[in-house]
Design a protein around this ligand. Structure first.
Ligand SMILES: C[S@@+](CC[C@H](N)C(=O)[O-])C[C@H]1O[C@@H](n2cnc3c(N)ncnc32)[C@H](O)[C@@H]1O
Length: 317
């Protein structure tokens, strides 16, 4: 496996609790606050600030499935960040909740210096996926306890992440502090659906989040099968969520991604815009969904599309 050269990490890392600088040891196996017993282990070249804990299902899914598609990932990245790939060269970018690293790869290939951070060992998959990109660096850590000085990044994005924490807003605010003045911050969160969809989903997920992951995965293969059936995959999934992605493996992964995580909060555009404004962001833009078409727009705007998002970008004043 080609590992990123972390001893040449492009920026200073700090202890999240104290803000004191962390220093690499000469072998690149740990970081330490000089003269203290605060030590951060480094494995496979990646600093590890966390264990997987309640987000373990993500460590599993990102290292188990091959769901990366270069063209699709580039299109999704641009749609969900609002960033122009042609203008990222040389910028320092934070991928907050990078999972298996598909968007680190997109931004890294566009010439940006990328730091991807995720709570789980999904970062090992990201390291593999981005092994050819010396400008991509990874950290296993909590977005609420970031090891960077404030205002360290030109661009910050987070796609499908913050709603999986016990407190979405706390994650949003912590990450919001990382953008420099004049830099852009883009966030995609799950959209709140109609009350009856939320009720059905809550009842289902109350069961699925306690299931053994192997058993849940078997259920998800049924969801993936339904997602391959024409008509059914455009109608039934407005009641019970399952993925209709063209690839079977993506459908299993996406369906598992929906039913496994302990936390899954749903939000409104108004709520998200309010968070941006309170955090000192201006020039807010509500980003449109990737798919277009009159019927799609109608269902989307009616909050009937389970698994769709609310997506906003803003500039730090
Ligand atoms: C649905 S995945 C999305 C991954 C990636 N953004 C993508 O779209 O491919 C959500 C990821 O967020 C991470 N995550 C959730 N809460 C986090 C937190 N507080 N700190 C760091 N990572 C977190 C999970 O571990 C998981 O890998």
């Amino acid at each position: 496996m080609i590992m990123p050269d972390t001893t040449s990490f492009p920026m200073e890392l700090i202890a999240p609790e104290s803000g004191q600088p962390l220093v690499w040891d000469s072998a690149g196996t740990q970081l330490q606050v000089a003269g203290s017993d605060v030590v951060v282990p480094v494995r496979n070249g990646i600093p590890r600030f966390t264990q997987a804990e309640h987000l373990e299902s993500f460590g599993r899914q990102w290292t188990r499935y091959e769901v990366f598609h270069d063209d699709e990932d580039r299109v999704t990245f641009q749609a969900k960040t609002g960033f122009d790939l042609g203008k990222l060269n040389g910028l320092r970018i934070l991928d907050a909740g990078c999972g298996g690293g598909r968007y680190c790869k997109v931004a890294g290939e566009a010439g940006a210096e990328v730091i991807g951070i995720d709570y789980t060992h999904a970062v090992d998959k990201a390291a593999k996926l981005c092994g050819h990109l010396p400008n991509v660096h990874l950290i296993q850590g909590d977005l609420k306890r970031l090891p960077f000085a404030e205002e360290s990044f030109d661009r910050v994005f987070s796609i499908g992440v913050m709603h999986h924490d016990a407190n979405t807003r706390a994650v949003f605010d912590s990450v919001a502090r990382m953008t420099r003045a004049g830099g852009w911050y883009s966030v995609w969160l799950y959209r709140r659906n109609q009350w009856w969809q939320e009720r059905i989903n809550d009842a289902l997920r109350a069961r699925t989040i306690t299931m053994d992951p192997d058993k849940l995965e078997r259920w998800c293969t049924w969801g993936a099968w339904l997602g391959g059936l024409p008509v059914v995959n455009r109608t039934l999934n407005k009641v019970v969520n399952f993925s209709a992605h063209p690839s079977y493996e993506n459908r299993v992964c996406d369906t598992f991604d929906w039913y496994a995580p302990q936390y899954q909060h749903h939000h409104t555009v108004e709520e998200l815009c309010d968070w941006f404004t309170s955090a000192g962001y201006v020039d807010l833009k509500i980003l449109p969904p990737e798919k277009q078409g009159r019927l799609y727009q109608f269902v989307y705007e009616g909050n009937l599309l389970i698994g769709s998002g609310v997506n906003v970008t803003g500039r730090r004043a």
